[in-house]
Ligand binder design. Structure first.
Ligand code: DC
Length: 213
């Protein structure tokens, strides 16, 4: 069984997907972490994130894999390093690159072939797993998403202002929604759920009720 959960940053999809996977006792796949892994490899290289052929080559030569919950490049655990502001910004730029997307879509489908999965990202229901049994698209107002993201960042010691977080979120939304390849959008048969006024537990309950019938 494949369950896809797509949506913009701050919609709650990562936490919801992780908890739903636990509840259903199936594997969880964080595809954003895979794009961030490639972004980190680009940041570490001498290449610019806008040099499409160079970024494509890096994607083809970077061994992204999961070891337990950790995202790794080869055998190096990069789970922490992929969460910096720089990698976050670069990830939405390199996610517009068709070679990058092609590499990661193949990898995601290979993981899906191994067994049941709750997978989250931007294109999981629309492109990667068009035949998924259950497809969800989580949304929330920009203000609600910015508040959530800001709270998370402050908890980790960041001093960024709410207004800055909101602006960065909008920039990333615009790049993710307007790119030519696999833009972020709900699959036609996805159930769209607005999480602005729902707690994480309420969203998980709602999705679990639908999946378990
Ligand atoms: O979900 P996230 O914030 O970790 O994602 C990081 C970036 O990767 C995001 O700006 C868009 C991109 N992404 C994508 O294009 N397709 C996916 N399936 C997942 C993430």
């Amino acid at each position: 069984m494949i369950v896809t959960i797509d949506g913009p940053a701050g919609s709650g999809k990562s936490t919801v997907a992780r908890l739903l996977a636990e509840l259903l006792q199936v594997q969880f796949l964080d595809t954003g972490a895979m794009y961030r892994g490639i972004a980190l490899a680009v940041v570490r290289s001498d290449e610019s994130e806008t040099d499409a052929p160079a970024v494509g080559r890096i994607a083809e030569n970077t061994l992204i894999n999961f070891q337990g919950d950790a995202i790794c490049i080869g055998d190096e655990d990069v789970s922490e390093e992929i969460r910096t502001a720089e990698v976050t910004a670069v990830s939405s730029v390199i996610a517009t690159n068709p070679v990058v997307r092609n590499c990661l879509v193949q990898l995601q489908r290979n993981i899906g072939n191994e067994g049941s999965l709750v997978t989250e990202g931007r294109d999981q229901g629309s492109v990667v797993f068009p035949n998924a049994e259950f497809k969800f698209f989580l949304t929330a107002s920009v203000d609600a998403r910015a508040r959530r993201r800001h709270r998370e960042m402050v908890a980790k010691g960041s001093k960024l202002k709410l207004a800055t977080v909101r602006k960065q979120l909008r920039q990333r939304d615009q790049r993710d929604e307007n790119r030519e390849v696999a833009p972020m959008k709900p699959a036609e048969d996805a159930q769209v759920i607005d999480t602005s006024d729902l707690s994480i537990a309420e969203v998980v309950q709602k999705l679990a009720a639908i999946v378990t019938g």
